[in-house]
Design a protein around this ligand. Structure first.
Ligand SMILES: Cc1cc2nc3c(=O)[nH]c(=O)nc-3n(C[C@H](O)[C@H](O)[C@H](O)COP(=O)(O)OP(=O)(O)OC[C@H]3O[C@@H](n4cnc5c(N)ncnc54)[C@H](O)[C@@H]3O)c2cc1C
Length: 441
């Protein structure tokens, strides 16, 4: 047994970790209580097997690529960073990228990850044509919108609980450069931030950094980052058409004491960050895709800044009609406590495609909290506001929500469970997350 955790380093639990080297070995690796693991970027317990965790990053081959259509067949352990590095210079990028490029294709499908373009272009699963799935019952099936479509829509966003994704065929986006034309908008409060996101619906990419320690009339002040793929005539002088991503420059070498991120430090950081951003507001800049899409990837191991006890991310989505009131209430409670991190993100989402996909039309707010004091009780309090508003929490970030919160947020759950049962009648595929939220006890 090995002590395993997700990116938030909470909880840390025992599971046997195996790394099969062939699809045959994957089949043998599936025992009662197994789940697949990609690159371990889910924050909580989603990628930890109840008994056994099947590491899939060894499956990193690109099977085929058609430059005429951008269609690609890859093994599930291929990272989005590999796709960007390999196909970016040839004029193709993934349609959807989350806030880190170090996620596997299997993990991106299983969480149906969303990017800064979800409001207009949907999630990762929308660009997946078919998936080779090894079910818990021992079958290997190719699933798509046409073939085994129930299994397909349960697997997209299904958090690995329908089986092990072995390969996938998907479409890449044609681009002329690896640069983004960015426009920053400074919003002095939550109303202004939501108005700006609403008004930017036609922007391909949009996301807001929100200052969650600002209070009173500054509550919800934000910097909104809009983005479009830049044309070649817009690139900085002498710039390569496709910039080099490079490896993370800085690294956090040790666990910092969790008091490092105290409220005064965060307040000071946010003040400076907001003012600097506000100074750039209004004009357009062309930036490399790396800082635009993956600002945190430049600091290796940043998850250690929260200290040894780890941290939790709370990411909710609130349906559009209730969003202003509920987000205002949540931010008000958080700013009064003053222990949220400076990594707070507000974004508009559209419809999700999978049965358990997180997105719904509305606003998502994501915040990190170090695990200390009464934080878990406080987050239960926030969950009650989310549930009352018809919202839900993102499973890829979750380590602590209750069954009641989960069940209230995901109305397609019973249908998902029925499909899961048909694919895996003995219930072999089980993660720590599914034990906590899905499985019969
Ligand atoms: C800095 C940072 C920023 C992020 N930003 C975003 C964001 O903007 N949007 C967003 O949607 N998410 C975001 N995430 C979350 C991340 O994109 C997801 O958790 C993603 O699933 C991680 O992929 P992974 O390969 O690391 O998978 P893991 O974390 O290893 O696993 C995640 C889930 O996928 C399943 N899984 C993995 N591989 C397979 C497989 N081969 N077959 C079946 N199931 C599998 C696991 O069982 C688990 O349920 C962010 C995470 C970090 C650390």
């Amino acid at each position: 047994m090995t002590a395993v955790s997700g990116w938030g380093r909470f909880p840390v639990v025992d599971s046997e970790v195996v790394r099969p080297r062939s699809f045959g070995a994957v089949a043998e690796a599936v025992v009662a209580g197994s789940v697949a693991r990609g690159n371990g970027r889910a924050y909580g317990d989603a990628a930890i097997g109840a008994v056994r965790t099947i590491g899939m990053t060894g499956f990193d081959r690109i099977r085929s690529f058609d430059p005429a259509t951008g269609r690609i067949r890859v093994e599930a352990g291929v990272l989005l960073s590999d796709l960007i590095d390999t196909f970016g210079p040839r004029g193709f990028l993934p349609f959807v990228v989350p806030g880190t490029r170090f996620v596997s294709v299997g993990g991106a499908i299983a969480a149906d990850v969303h990017g800064k373009n979800h409001h207009g272009e949907g999630g990762f699963g929308r660009y997946v044509d078919s998936i080779l799935l090894r079910t818990g019952a021992g079958e290997t099936i190719e699933i798509s919108r046409e073939q085994h479509s129930d299994a397909f829509f349960a697997t997209v966003g299904g958090m690995g609980l329908t089986g092990v994704i072995l390969e996938a065929t998907m479409r890449l986006r044609p681009v002329v450069s690896g640069w983004i034309r960015e426009r920053v908008i400074a919003a002095s409060d939550l109303d202004a931030a939501m108005r700006a996101l609403e008004a930017s619906n036609s922007s391909t990419y949009s996301v807001a950094w929100i200052d969650c320690v600002a209070r009173g009339r500054d509550l919800g002040r934000s910097l909104i980052y809009l983005g479009e793929h830049a044309r070649t005539d817009e690139l900085p002088e002498a710039a390569d058409r496709f910039p080099v991503g490079g490896n993370p420059g800085l690294a956090v070498p040790v666990d910092l004491p969790s008091m490092t991120l105290n409220r005064f430090g965060v307040r000071a950081f946010n003040e400076i960050y907001y003012r600097m951003g506000a100074r750039r507001a209004g004009s357009e800049h062309v930036v490399s895709l790396y800082p635009y899409f993956f600002p945190l990837d430049s600091i290796a191991g940043w998850n250690r800044i929260y200290g040894r006890r780890g941290f939790v991310q709370h990411q909710c989505v609130i349906p559009e009609a209730a969003a202003r009131a509920v987000l205002g209430d949540i931010l008000d409670r958080i700013s009064k406590r003053g222990d949220a991190s400076f990594l707070a993100v507000l974004k508009k989402l559209g419809h999700g495609d999978g049965l358990l996909s997180f997105p719904l039309p509305g606003y998502t707010l994501a915040l990190d909290f170090p695990v200390k004091g009464d934080i878990l009780n406080f987050l239960d309090e926030i969950d009650r506001l989310v549930v009352a508003a018809g919202g839900r929490l993102y499973l890829a970030k979750d380590a602590r929500q209750s069954r009641a919160t989960f069940e209230a947020g995901y109305p397609a759950l019973s249908r998902f469970k029925a499909i899961r049962k048909s694919l895996d009648p003995a219930g072999n595929i089980r993660s720590k997350l599914s034990q906590r939220l899905f499985d019969e006890v």
